[in-house]
Design a protein around this ligand. Structure first.
Ligand code: FNR
Length: 187
């Protein structure tokens, strides 16, 4: 049995360190996880005015989440919270009322920053949002990453041994979390 994981990169930057981390996570994940990025860049700013007729980018977002077994958020911290683009995507996915795409979905949160706090505050903020959206979050292990090219290489393809081990353990736990959640809450 394999699981489809849809992943969100919270950054729109062309040089995103979180995209590098996402690539690294995929490289060390268990073989029975398959990954598809769920893009957020083309989404307009959400308004309830759209609820009766979602635009194509928002329909695609909801279809992409519906096609996954689980979601993974890899996000930077912006001003001690999550980037607006990611919050916008979550708002789109959570609506229209009664059609919340995150209801009961297995989810995990991770992020990288250049600062020592390693997105801890953003992750707590994101956890609150996902909790309200009724996602089934993996609560442990947590992973607050202070990004360093020594640990990831320039593009995430040459991980230090300790980074590969740490990220691999995180993804192995996520795989087990997905299996546990889907056993009682099949999608
Ligand atoms: C930041 N950065 C940042 N870092 C941090 O640790 N805590 C924070 O609150 C913020 N706030 C913040 C706001 C804004 C608007 C920007 C552009 C940046 C720095 C951040 O960690 C750094 O830019 C990372 O490279 C962002 O991740 P990506 O976009 O490279 O994945």
């Amino acid at each position: 049995m394999s699981y489809n994981v849809g992943y969100f990169v919270g950054s729109l930057s062309s040089t995103s360190i979180n995209r590098i981390v996402a690539k690294a996570l995929i490289s060390v994940a268990p073989d029975d996880l398959e990954f598809t990025e769920i893009p957020i860049r083309e989404l307009p700013l959400y308004s309830q005015d759209y609820d009766a007729d979602y635009p194509p980018a928002a329909r695609a977002l909801k279809h992409a989440i519906a096609a996954t077994d689980a979601v993974l958020f890899v996000t930077p911290e912006y001003n001690r919270s999550i980037p607006g683009g990611l919050k916008n995507a979550i708002d789109w996915a959570s609506r229209p009322w009664g059609e919340n795409s995150f209801d009961h979905i297995p989810a995990a949160v991770i992020g990288a920053s250049i600062g020592q706090i390693g997105t801890a505050v953003a992750q707590q903020s994101l956890r609150g949002v996902l909790s309200f959206c009724n996602a089934r979050q993996m609560t442990a292990p947590e992973a607050y990453i202070q990004f360093s090219a020594d640990d990831f290489g320039e593009d995430g393809s040459s991980l230090s041994p300790r980074t590969a081990e740490f990220l691999g353990a995180f993804m192995a736990e996520f795989r087990d979390h997905i299996q546990r959640v889907l056993t009682v809450l099949p999608r």
